[in-house]
Design a protein around this ligand. Structure first.
Ligand code: SAM
Ligand code: DTB
Ligand code: SF4
Length: 338
């Protein structure tokens, strides 16, 4: 069967497909570039407000010395990357960073911690942060590694909106990048997060030396979850000296854009985020990513430990493209619809 004709068939009760086959998704990747972008933009306009981008700001609330060996990550204790180990940030500093992010125009605040999995006392401390950040009128997101079902429920009770936990690549390629946990561990946490009624933020990294089949496989995993993630970050690998993936070939920029377009087509309602790697991208590549269906960015000078375009560059880019930042009101109205 041809993906071009079957895309609208076989829908589940949520009206979305969860039965994508690898071959179909590979066919999408193989479309002529302009056909792929045209289709992605059609899907985008059927489900999202055009010319609008949601902005999330990241903060590393606990940095470095992570016991996991993710081959891309500057925060792993296994690699010499020069990232200094830092204890949990005090509550007041987190709230201050969130206040500034809101003032600059972000509508979601994402708190990241370099954990394999958090301890109960960490969940309690972070629950305070979530309550305070939420009371500023921001959506909240956290990314803290693996969670038990109870921890996911505790975070929900604290008012957390989204939990970020990426599948990062295909199941086959994942084994080559990380040895300290399995793909199934990731899927188990995503299940705990879904069952706690938290919104799922899950995506991956492009440019780690994976094949197109791996990129398609990653999108099949995400699209065939029982519910599509509400948010799908697509990161371009930020090569950090000292990590095993430093010095790799990277990915062709059109292939990166194709990945965004296919994500948009197979997960029509998801917020597809043009995530890490923007600092290294031209304005033109970013504009193509928006055309391909990216509807969100990380906003602010820093990701977790690496750089992101400064606020002035982003404001100027959005103004040149006449793309409006999503307002807090629009973000909340969209989230209320699921
Ligand atoms: N420790 C938690 C975990 O792994 O889920 C949360 C923080 S971790 C830094 C969050 C995500 O950042 C990873 O899953 C990965 O997708 C992304 N990431 C880490 N290093 C990256 C890099 N150098 N380039 C692009 N994305 C990266
Ligand atoms: C995601 O997918 N990308 C963000 C967020 N989720 C937590 C993290 C990107 C990290 C890039 C490397 C760094 O700054 O340390
Ligand atoms: Fe730790 Fe997350 Fe980095 Fe992996 S990606 S080393 S789990 S902080």
């Amino acid at each position: 069967m041809n993906a071009v004709v079957t895309e609208n068939s076989l829908r589940s009760p949520d009206g979305l497909r969860h039965d994508w086959r690898l071959a179909e998704v590979e066919e999408l990747f193989e479309l002529p570039f302009l056909d792929l972008l045209f289709r992605a933009q059609q899907v985008h306009r059927a489900h999202h407000t055009p010319n609008t981008v949601q902005m999330s700001t990241l903060l590393s609330i606990k940095t470095g010395a992570c016991p996991e060996d993710c081959g891309y990550c500057p925060q792993s204790i296994h690699y010499e990357t020069g990232v200094a180990r830092e204890a949990m940030m005090p509550l007041a500093d987190v709230v201050e960073a969130a206040r500034k992010a809101k003032e600059a125009g972000a509508t979601r605040f994402c708190m990241g911690a370099a954990y394999r999995s958090p301890k109960q006392k960490d969940i309690e401390q972070i629950s305070h942060m979530i309550r305070e950040v939420r009371s500023l009128g921001l959506e909240t997101c956290a990314t803290l590694g693996m969670l038990s079902p109870e921890q996911a429920r505790d975070l929900k009770d604290a008012g957390l909106d989204y939990y970020n936990h990426n599948v990062d690549s295909s199941e086959e390629y994942y084994k080559k990048i990380i040895s300290t946990r399995t793909y199934q561990h990731r899927l188990d946490t995503l299940e705990a997060v879904r069952n706690a009624d938290l919104k799922v933020c899950s995506g991956g990294i492009v440019g780690m030396g994976e094949t197109r089949t791996d990129r398609a496989g990653m999108l099949v995993t995400l699209a065939n979850l029982p519910e599509h993630p509400q948010s799908v970050p697509i990161n371009q690998l930020v090569q950090v000296k000292g990590t095993p993936l430093h010095g790799g070939e990277g990915v062709d920029s059109f292939e990166f854009i194709r990945t965004i377009a296919v994500a948009r087509i197979v997960m029509p309602k998801a917020q597809v985020r043009l995530s890490a790697g923007r600092q290294e991208m031209s304005d033109e590549t970013q504009a193509l990513a928006f055309l391909a269906g990216a509807s969100s960015i990380f906003y602010g000078e820093k990701l977790l430990t690496t750089g992101n375009p400064d606020v002035e560059r982003d404001r100027a880019l959005l103004a040149r493209l006449k793309i409006a930042p999503e307002t807090a009101h629009q973000t909340q109205a969209r989230s209320a619809c699921g």
